[in-house]
Design a protein around this ligand. Structure first.
Ligand SMILES: Nc1ncnc2c1ncn2[C@@H]1O[C@H](COP(=O)(O)OP(=O)(O)OP(=O)(O)O)[C@@H](O)[C@H]1O
Ligand SMILES: Nc1nc2c(c(=O)[nH]1)N=C(CO)CN2
Length: 171
């Protein structure tokens, strides 16, 4: 079984609905189990800043899929939630990025893992470290908790829910 960490973000209302549906859709997939979830954080936009605040979280999945297949599932879920790609780093109903996949280092045309921008993104590091503060970056071999962005401001706890059941059994 493979272990992946996926970052989920939304800054188009209903943000909580979009996160919840994304987690549910991952878990309902025959070949994916959501094993753990972080709390939900409200975060100021990074990159393209003229947009609404995001809700962000991270989930840990167990899957027999390879990383490319997992990416395709993530993209299918984004499409199902009505994501339209226009502005780079712009508003989105749901964005699912693969942060880590086992300790693999993958560089293909469609997929780079570990996610190349994860260490500079507090909106990724804060929820990821809530789940496991001992994660080591598979390439740099540094403890992620030592990364400066993990201490960044602009990320505040929004809902302290970190039980998978909340996301998958709530209707
Ligand atoms: N680890 C990864 N997770 C998700 N997509 C990835 C990853 N590595 C490469 N990609 C590629 O990135 C492409 C663009 O993704 P997307 O539009 O979600 O970028 P973004 O969310 O706007 O920006 P960012 O990549 O900085 O988060 C996808 O089509 C996908 O093929
Ligand atoms: N706060 C925040 N900023 C972002 C986010 C995000 O999920 N949260 N996603 C981006 C593109 O992946 C660009 N900027």
């Amino acid at each position: 079984m493979n272990i992946g960490y996926i970052s989920i973000g939304s800054n188009i209302e209903d943000r909580l609905y979009h996160l919840t549906e994304a987690v549910r859709a991952l878990h309902l997939h025959d070949s994916v189990t959501v094993a753990a979830a972080s709390s939900i954080y409200e975060t100021v936009p990074v990159g393209y800043t003229e947009q609404a605040d995001f809700l962000n979280m991270v989930v840990c999945v167990k899957t027999k899929l390879d990383a490319q297949e997992l990416l395709e599932i993530c993209q299918e879920i984004e499409r199902g939630l009505g994501r339209i790609r226009d502005v780079r780093w712009g508003p989105r109903t749901a964005d699912l990025d693969i942060l880590l996949y086992n300790d693999d280092n993958i560089e293909s045309e469609t997929l780079t893992v570990p996610h190349p921008r994860m260490q500079e993104r507090a909106f990724v590091l804060v929820p990821l470290l809530e789940m496991d503060s001992s994660i080591i970056h598979p390439v740099s071999k540094n403890l992620l908790s030592d990364e400066a962005a993990a201490k960044d401001k602009g990320v505040k706890l929004w809902k302290k829910i970190n039980e998978v059941a909340y996301f998958v059994d709530n209707r």
